[in-house]
Design a protein around this ligand. Structure first.
Ligand code: PHE
Length: 344
């Protein structure tokens, strides 16, 4: 009995002293398995009397049950502390500030183009595109500028051959849209794109730049419709308090032709260096589509009319963002471009 008591105490002490589930598992194998101290004690049975044996056997069983229970309990606490330990070691400090991914940002010209497109799509326009390598037919002839007409000198053109050129204005797309749709009404499109002219590059000129052409054709389209539309453009691009002013001008493909000024967004019309003291800044050319243009494309100028305008998008970008040299828009200096990052 003494031996049994010793066995129980020793076993329980070993279980209690375990520091890991693995160690505990070894103890279980030893104490409840076939070759441990419990089996050892069992060998004593044969030396006992008939009456003593059952009592002894019962005691041994009890001890085994005690061990099982103790091991189970120990297992629960060891598992819990092992999980806690693991969690502690794998903890991530989410309060530490991370590395910012470099998202990049849109080019200022792209932003201007998207803002203009959004405005016109909201007004029910569609966006149309055309080729940059264009036929003389669409760039000039359909725009009411016949061959050898002196007005062609106004736009120094990059010719590829006699009939092919780099388009000098997005008005070429206007002519394509007219031809494709004639005689259907109405037409409401904007045509953004690159255009080319043989200019010497300087702070305000570039041999390649971009325009957004607008064209509306329908019944009873009037100059006042053009004015109202351009007022929206001026306000969206330069602020809600902007006014516009219309001056007579001349383009072969519009009649009447106008030039549109917007009240200066820097000085609010008082006069400053940006508006050269006049309070007004010229932003685009426009007019009522010339009857010749309509009829050449297949429309009857007696039953429909239209307006058109061409916005220089660089000009809008320079004015809106206060950029002093158009070349900044093309040289792609990352330090310049980053100043337009709206995510930083
Ligand atoms: N195509 C003209 C230009 O490039 C702008 C314009 C477009 C004028 C449409 C009137 C109508 O200067």
């Amino acid at each position: 009995m003494e031996k049994l008591e010793q066995l129980r105490e020793e076993g329980l002490a070993k279980i209690e002293a375990c520091t890991s589930t693995k160690e505990l598992q070894d103890i279980r194998v030893l104490y409840l398995g076939k070759k441990g101290p419990v089996q050892e004690v069992m060998k004593m049975m044969k030396d006992l009397s008939q009456e003593e044996r059952p009592v002894f056997g019962q005691q041994v069983n009890e001890i085994k049950q005690t061990f099982e229970k103790a091991i189970e309990e120990k297992k629960v606490t060891l598992e819990a502390s092992e999980i806690n330990e693991k969690l502690k070691n794998e903890k991530i400090d989410i309060t530490l500030s991370g590395l910012k991914p470099n998202l990049g940002n849109l080019h200022p010209l792209t932003v201007i183009q998207q803002e203009l497109e959004d405005l016109f799509i909201g007004l029910g326009y569609e966006v149309a595109e055309g080729p940059e390598v264009e036929l003389d037919l669409y760039n000039f002839e359909r725009a009411n500028i016949p061959k050898d007409h002196p007005a062609r000198d106004m736009q120094d053109t990059f010719y590829i051959d006699d009939e092919t050129l780099l388009r000098t204005h997005t008005t070429a797309v206007q002519m394509r849209v007219l031809e494709e749709n004639a005689p259907q009404l109405p037409i409401k499109v904007v045509c953004p794109g690159k255009v080319y002219r043989r200019d010497d590059d300087d702070a305000t000129h570039s041999h390649q730049f971009s325009q957004l052409e607008g064209l509306v054709v329908g019944e009873n389209i009037r100059l006042s419709d053009l004015k109202g539309t351009l007022e929206l453009v001026a306000r969206r691009m330069f602020g809600e308090s902007r006014e516009i002013r219309i001056r007579p001008s001349y383009f072969q493909f519009t009649e009447p032709s106008v030039e549109v000024d917007v009240s200066c967004h820097i000085c609010n019309g008082k006069g400053c260096p940006t508006c050269k003291g006049t309070g007004w800044i010229e932003i685009l050319g426009a007019g009522m589509v010339h009857p010749n243009v309509l009829s050449m494309a297949g429309y009857d100028p007696l039953t429909c009319s239209g307006f058109a305008f061409g916005i220089g998008m660089e000009r809008v970008a320079l004015l809106k963002y206060g950029i002093d040299d158009i070349r900044h828009l093309y040289t792609n200096d990352i330090r310049f471009l980053k100043t337009f990052n709206r995510f930083e």
